[in-house]
Design a protein around this ligand. Structure first.
Ligand code: KDO
Length: 336
C-alpha cells in the first residue's frame, strides 16, 4: 500500500516534471524556427519538385535551425492553383505559382500566358530578371501581397496525344479534347491551339489519358517523363507553344517578418533552387526526344509557323491583349 502510493507519487512527480520541461522547452524551440510550408502539385521526380530539397539543404547550411521547412508535393497540402489563396490566408508560406495564377489577379501578367510570346528559356530568364520582371513583380506585390523570390523555367509546352494523329496546323486539332489546367486563361490557350479545351487537375491527367476521358494534354517533356504520361500516350507533337514559367514566392507578411540576414539567405536558397531546376530541365529537354522514341512514341514536327501565326492572332484579337501595358509586347520582343 505504502509502496504503491510512493510509486504513484514518483510517477506523478515525473509526469509533472516532464510536462513542465515540455512546456518550457518545446514551444521555445518551435517559436525560434520560422514555419515554412511549401505546397506544389509537382510529382516527386520532376525537377521543380526536387528543387525544394536543394532550397532546404542550402537553407539548413546558411541559416541552421532558423526555418522549419516542410515540403508537400503531389498537391497533398493544397490543390493546384489554390496556393495564392492559401498564402493570403496565412496557411502556406511558399509556393511556385504560374503566370496563369497571377494573371487572374494581375491581368497585365496575362501576356506571359499567351502562346509564342517568349522565345526560349534564355529569353524568359532575361525578361524576368530584368526591368520588365521588376515592374511586374511590383504589381504582384501590390495586388497579391506576394514577394517573388525567383522566376524559374518550367519548360516548353508540347502536345502529347493519346492516339497517333496527323497534326500539322491548328485545324488538325479540331475536336481533340485537350486537357488544360482549370482556369479560363489556360482554356483560352487550348482553344487558341485549335483544340477543344477541357479542364482537369494535373493529378488526374494520367488516368484521364489512360481511360480516354481526354485525348491529349500539353506539358514540357520533362513532365511527360516524370509524370509518366508516355505510358498512356502514343504521340508527341513539337508545337513548342509556350515557354512556361513559375515564380517562387512568399506572402509579404511572412517576408516582412524576417530579418535582413534571413531575407538574403532565403532569397539565395530560392535562386539556387531555381538555377538547379533550370539547368536540369534544359539538359533534359535536349535528351528526351530520344527517350520518348525508345518508349514507342512517335515524335512529330508540325508547321510551327502556322501554329505561331494563328495563336498570336487569336491573342492579339482577344480581351487579354487589351490590358497588356502599352509597349510591353514590343519591349519583350526587343529583349535579346
Ligand atoms: C499542368 O497542370 O499542366 C502544369 O504544367 C501547370 C503548371 O502551372 C504547374 O502547376 C504544373 O502543372 C505542376 O507544377 C505540375 O508539374
Amino acid at each position: 500500500m505504502t509502496r504503491q502510493s510512493n510509486t504513484n507519487f514518483s510517477r506523478r512527480t515525473l509526469l509533472s516534471a516532464a510536462l513542465a520541461l515540455g512546456a518550457s522547452t518545446q514551444p521555445a524551440l518551435a517559436q525560434s524556427k520560422q514555419l515554412l510550408r511549401i505546397s506544389s502539385p509537382a510529382v516527386p521526380d520532376d525537377w521543380h519538385a526536387k528543387m525544394w530539397t536543394v532550397l532546404k539543404d542550402q537553407l539548413d547550411k546558411s541559416a541552421p535551425g532558423q526555418f522549419d521547412l516542410q515540403i508537400n508535393l503531389n498537391a497533398s497540402l493544397f490543390k493546384q492553383g489554390a496556393e495564392p489563396v492559401a498564402m493570403a490566408r496565412g496557411n502556406l508560406e511558399m509556393a511556385s505559382i504560374s503566370a496563369f495564377d497571377i494573371a487572374k489577379i494581375v491581368p497585365e501578367f496575362s501576356i506571359f500566358t499567351a502562346g509564342y510570346v517568349v522565345r526560349d528559356p534564355a529569353h524568359l530568364m532575361k525578361l524576368f530578371n530584368g526591368p520588365i520582371g521588376g515592374d511586374l513583380f511590383k504589381l504582384v506585390s501590390e495586388k497579391m501581397d506576394l514577394t517573388i523570390l525567383s522566376p524559374l523555367y518550367l519548360g516548353t509546352r508540347q502536345l502529347n496525344l493519346r492516339e497517333a494523329r496527323k497534326v500539322l496546323t491548328p485545324t488538325d486539332l479540331k475536336g481533340v479534347k485537350l486537357r488544360m489546367p482549370g482556369s479560363k486563361e489556360w482554356l483560352f490557350l487550348g482553344e487558341a491551339l485549335g483544340a477543344t479545351a477541357t479542364p482537369l487537375a494535373f493529378g488526374e491527367v494520367y488516368l484521364g489519358l489512360k481511360t480516354g476521358t481526354i485525348d491529349a494534354q500539353d506539358n514540357p517533356l520533362p513532365t511527360v517523363r516524370s509524370a509518366k504520361f508516355y505510358e498512356v500516350t502514343k504521340q508527341i507533337t513539337l508545337t513548342s507553344h509556350l515557354v512556361d514559367s513559375l515564380f517562387i514566392c512568399v506572402p509579404n507578411k511572412f517576408w516582412n517578418a524576417l530579418n535582413a540576414d534571413q531575407k538574403t539567405k532565403l532569397q539565395g536558397a530560392a535562386q539556387a533552387a531555381a538555377q538547379y531546376n533550370n539547368t536540369q530541365r534544359i539538359k533534359d529537354e535536349a535528351e528526351l526526344v530520344t527517350f520518348l522514341k525508345t518508349q514507342g512514341l512517335s515524335v512529330t514536327t508540325p508547321d510551327v509557323d502556322a501554329f505561331r501565326k494563328s495563336v498570336q492572332a487569336t491573342y492579339l484579337q482577344s480581351d487579354y491583349a487589351k490590358v497588356w501595358p502599352s509597349g510591353l509586347l514590343e519591349r519583350i520582343n526587343a529583349t535579346r
